[in-house]
Write a new protein. Sequence first.
Length: 396
Amino acid sequence: MLANTVSDRETVLAAYDEYDAACAKVAALNYQGLSLPELLELQSRREYHVRCAPAVDHALLAEIQTRTTPAEIGAKSWADVLAIRLRISAKEARRRVAEAAVLGPRTTVTGESLAPVLPATSDAQAAGAINAEHVAVIKKFFTKPPVPLDAATHAQTEADLARIAGGNSPEILKQCADRIAFLLNQDGAEPVDDDCRRHGEIFIGPQQADGTSEIRGRLTPEARATILPILSRYGAPGMCNPADEYPCTTGTPSAEAIASDTRTAAERNHDALVAIGRSVLSAGELGEHNGLPVSIVVSTTLRELETRTGTGLATSGTELPIGDVIRMAAHAHHYLVVYENHRQIPLYLGRSKRVATPDSGSCCTIATAGAPGPAAPAPPIAARSTTAEKTSAKVD
């Protein structure tokens, strides 16, 4: 564990000035005059410095957390503070905060120092013996241990894993961690219904360059039993095929539709989910969310519609090719907001009331992108008002 032996303000700032100067000097070096063994040795020394660095970050964050709260400096969480301040991704910010919580120094409410949650791992990191991948393996082991661990077993197991990590690769460490987990619980845990329900999850990743998004997750037994019959029906060959002029969504597809269906089973499942989602939205029974109709609201410009180029933006933050926008606009239960070219001025709202309606709310939300401020992480569909304006409110 990194000892906090420096407390004088001038000493700390001077040390960081020297560190900045040293980093700049090292970055300007040329390595052509060194032999291969010397280059490899320098590479090992660089890895040592990289491994030690997080220990300093943990100490900094721990001290910051004793001075203020995220809300007091305009953020929702410590991960938001790091993401905005350091210009890193939200995922990386969450990882750093979670790692600091178990490896960084701690204090009691009375100011007394406490050891890190994983002291042996913290010491190994500060000594440059392990890297972030080693830490991730150890942290994952204790996030969900094979059995409840008493204090002595927890400490001994953590010390063993930290020692193994110090001399082996993360892959070898993972194998050892799995072996330890087996030895601690050779009979396996008794299934618990609550555990199954708690482990159900579905994640939809960000859009890639081609507009697609990765999806991953885990289904509970109930979810699997519910979804598979639906997919077997709507994902059958010939069903919900977007390549057909009139896709079959009810009844039995024709022999011709089945024979011409070249999609894989995975592709049929995808198209089945799209058809099911469209059917649910068209039913109009989902009501409102954050005061707006639960529907697909897409914004685009008149020029993009006329030229059939570009993209439309949905309130979910999804970018749609203009061809998809035009095709989806044929469904009456979706909303298409058309703007003057390159300006956030709706060409048509279609309301004469002076009181804001769900339709005008949809228009305002998509026009402002629903963002409460710079670097807002949520798409328009997740935005909501934080204060109620009683006077001077613009409703049209």
